[in-house]
Design a protein around this ligand. Structure first.
Ligand code: MRU
Length: 349
């Protein structure tokens, strides 16, 4: 595929991290430097960097920034303090498993080299963070190649939230399939759910689609059923924040609606994700912690209040799509179909 990334959402610059601050998009393309683990925690919490693989990558670099501040002491105290920083970074957002997965990978990499001096362990940690970042680019590209087989000619694809280069190292997950389908001449258009309440679809996916010159139409989330009824959707593809071993999938709130609707209209519903999003330690989606966010996101639109004061608000950031509603999961290893537990085990063992 012939694709030059029009931006890099996360860049490591010798001794600090630079990210696109996604809260300014699409009006302004603002890049900010993060120099401490505290700044990385804040950037993840406030969704300056967001999307499951991207917060894993940012968290990994954030842990390296935290380690850099630690004294060159014994391995035991360095490791204890590193674990403390990892726990702190992991507390920023609970649902996407990619964050704890990346933090644990860094800790494991230094534990494996525990006889080396702490100055060298800091280098080992950074090399691991860079590997996680590079690997995500490759995985996302392969996800797009694998997903291409599922796309019919002249396809209209509906997607939710943002799963592109902003949310990953590059290419994206569901977005990578869209990108590959477009380049292969198979795509008619993308239907972009605006993705209430934070509008990742309206603000970010449209921005990325415009940059990649891919045809799309933006729709409100609640238009999805009507679009399907009119025969305007051939397939739904979303990303994922955590997939349990039975295939249950946590993704942006509103994803479960789409899966139910797709099922009712006999439309295939696909999830695209790398192995770092699959949590084999959890048996079902019931065990996933769902982040609940500030009520202002629901009572206000932009800065304008749209609900009366003192209303009771429920604002889960994610929902769980039961595996029975998922036609297949597109990974870098190939297309995984039910029985998910059995097939994950044989693909990823
Ligand atoms: O709250 P967000 O914007 O971080 O939620 C992101 C999503 O739900 C994405 O769909 C998911 O992380 C897949 S990213 C490739």
């Amino acid at each position: 595929m012939n694709f030059t990334a029009p931006f890099q959402s996360i860049t490591w610059n010798q001794n600090h991290l630079t990210i696109i601050d996604q809260t300014f998009l699409p009006e302004r393309e603002v890049y900010i430097d993060l120099n401490t683990s505290g700044q990385v925690w804040e950037a993840i919490k406030k969704l300056r960097v967001r999307g499951a693989p991207a917060i894993g990558i940012a968290g990994a670099y954030g842990l390296c920034l935290g380690m850099e501040q630690l004294p060159d002491s014994s391995f035991q105290s360095f490791y204890r303090e590193s674990e403390r920083i990892a726990e702190y970074l992991n507390s920023s957002r609970p649902t996407a498993v990619n964050l704890s997965w990346a933090l644990n990978r860094i800790l494991t990499s230094i534990f494996a080299e525990k006889d080396r001096p702490v100055t060298q362990l800091k280098k080992v940690a950074l090399e691991t963070a860079i590997t996680i970042h590079d690997e995500d680019r490759r995985l996302c590209k392969t996800i797009g190649e694998n997903g291409l087989d599922l796309v019919s000619d002249n396809a209209q694809i509906l997607t939710h939230c943002n799963t592109g280069g902003l949310a990953t190292g590059e290419y994206g997950t569901a977005f990578s399939v869209i990108l590959h389908a477009h380049q292969a001449g198979k795509l008619k258009k993308v239907w972009v759910d605006e993705t209430r309440p934070l509008l990742q679809g309206a603000r970010l996916t449209t921005w990325e689609l415009q940059k990649a010159e891919i045809p799309f139409t933006l729709n409100i989330d609640s238009a999805a059923a009507f679009l399907m009824q009119q025969g305007k959707v051939d397939m739904v593809i979303t990303g994922a924040d955590r997939i349990t071993r039975n295939g249950d999938t946590a993704n942006k709130i509103g994803t479960y609606h789409l899966a139910v609707l797709a099922n009712a209209h006999n439309i295939p519903f696909y999830v695209a994700a790398p192995y770092s999003t699959i949590d084999m330690e959890l048996a079902t989606g019931k065990e996933i912690v769902i982040e609940e966010r500030d009520e202002d996101e629901v009572t206000h639109f932009g800065n304008k209040r749209t609900a009366p004061k003192k209303v009771d608000v429920y604002n889960p950031a994610f929902d769980i799509t039961p595996h029975k509603l998922i036609t297949a999961i597109i990974t870098e290893k190939g297309i995984v179909r039910p029985d998910y537990e059995k097939n994950f085990k044989s693909l990823f063992s």
